[in-house]
Design a protein around this ligand. Structure first.
Ligand code: A3P
Length: 309
């Protein structure tokens, strides 16, 4: 197993390097594609022990913009929104470099030091594994959530379209792994419930995929205000227009190379109804009750509206 630790720098944009690593994976066994660290599974093509160790001393900056997500909750959407906002305010190229702090070799991570402020960073790491420096520096963290049923379907399709993740013969098999948490980054409800427990209103804001779909300009305004960027109404609409699903899919060859169609699949609410059986739906309903009913983040998910047949 090669793993991210063996990557040799080439001088290319690090994001392009990571995308190429994902695309050109030739391993086929799940065992080779998964890497376990402190009891959690990660994609071995992208994550390594060396990088996790280097992350422990990662130096955050007060003006970093951190996007935290469970996989398939809209990470790339938010990154592009922030790139467009920062590009308007700081007159920079709106195409992102590598943003996931836990991806790639320690050399890639070290190059984050050379990035100009404000740096746009992202992570799928569990709250407990986020480098301490982000909290010491009171970095603003935007948590993006998506309803668990669409998350599961999107994640299933992603496994079957990305060579870097184990593929599944059936939705039923994936569903079992998803609910058991035997997928990369663990169990969805654990992830959200841990954020709920540590949520600090002063430095964190949560937004949902569904609320962004329903009223996108208002969501862009809310995001820009949270990160203290003052955009005109015209700029808000410009950012929103540049980051619709269709607009991002059209540009995806530029931003995601050959993996564009894997990252921009449908971008809809409710696709889960095409996959879930009644029984599977009930399993997730019970998990929601157990982990999130009555919580702030649970309420934001608007579960009855988005997760009932
Ligand atoms: P689907 O698989 O349901 O289509 P992530 O970036 O965290 O991997 O999330 C990917 C999901 O977000 C995919 O969901 C993708 O289509 C959706 N997505 C990406 N950009 C989007 C946009 N601009 N608008 C709506 N959905 C978007």
């Amino acid at each position: 197993m090669g793993g991210a630790g063996t990557y040799k720098p080439t001088g290319k944009n690090d994001r392009a390097v990571l995308l190429e690593m994902i695309h050109s994976t030739t391993n086929t066994s799940a065992e080779d594609l998964l890497f376990s660290y402190k009891g959690m599974l990660y994609p071995s093509i992208l994550c390594s022990l060396e990088t996790f160790q280097a992350l422990e001393t990662f130096e955050a900056r007060e003006d970093d913009l951190l996007v935290a997500t469970y996989p398939k909750n809209g990470t790339n959407w938010l990154i592009q929104i922030l790139c467009e906002i920062v590009s308007l305010v700081h007159h920079r190229e709106p195409l992102p470099d590598a943003t996931m702090i836990e991806f790639g070799s320690p050399e890639i991570l070290a190059r984050f030091k050379d990035r100009p402020s404000p740096r746009i960073l992202s992570t799928h790491l569990d709250f407990k594994n986020i480098p301490k420096s982000f909290f010491e520096k009171k970095v603003k963290i935007l948590l993006v959530l998506r309803n668990p049923k669409d998350t599961a379907v999107s994640f299933y399709q992603f496994h079957n379209s990305l060579p870097a993740l184990p593929s599944y013969n059936s939705w039923a098999t994936f569903f079992k792994d998803f609910t058991n948490g035997t997928v990369v980054y663990g169990q969805y409800f654990d992830f959200v419930a841990t954020w709920e427990k540590h949520f600090d209103e002063k430095t964190m804001m949560a937004i949902t995929f569904e609320e962004m779909k329903l009223d996108f300009p208002s969501a862009v305004k809310k995001i820009s205000e949270f990160f203290q960027f003052s955009l005109t109404e015209e700029q808000i609409h410009l950012v929103a227009n540049r980051t619709t699903f269709n607009s991002m899919k059209e540009k995806s060859e530029n931003t995601h190379g050959k993996l564009g169609d894997s990252f921009f699949r449908k971008g809809e609410i409710g696709d889960w109804k095409n996959y879930f059986t009644e029984d599977q739906s009930k399993v997730v309903d019970t998990m929601f009750e157990k982990y999130l009913a009555g919580t702030k983040l649970g309420k934001m998910l608007n579960y009855d509206k988005y997760c009932k047949f």
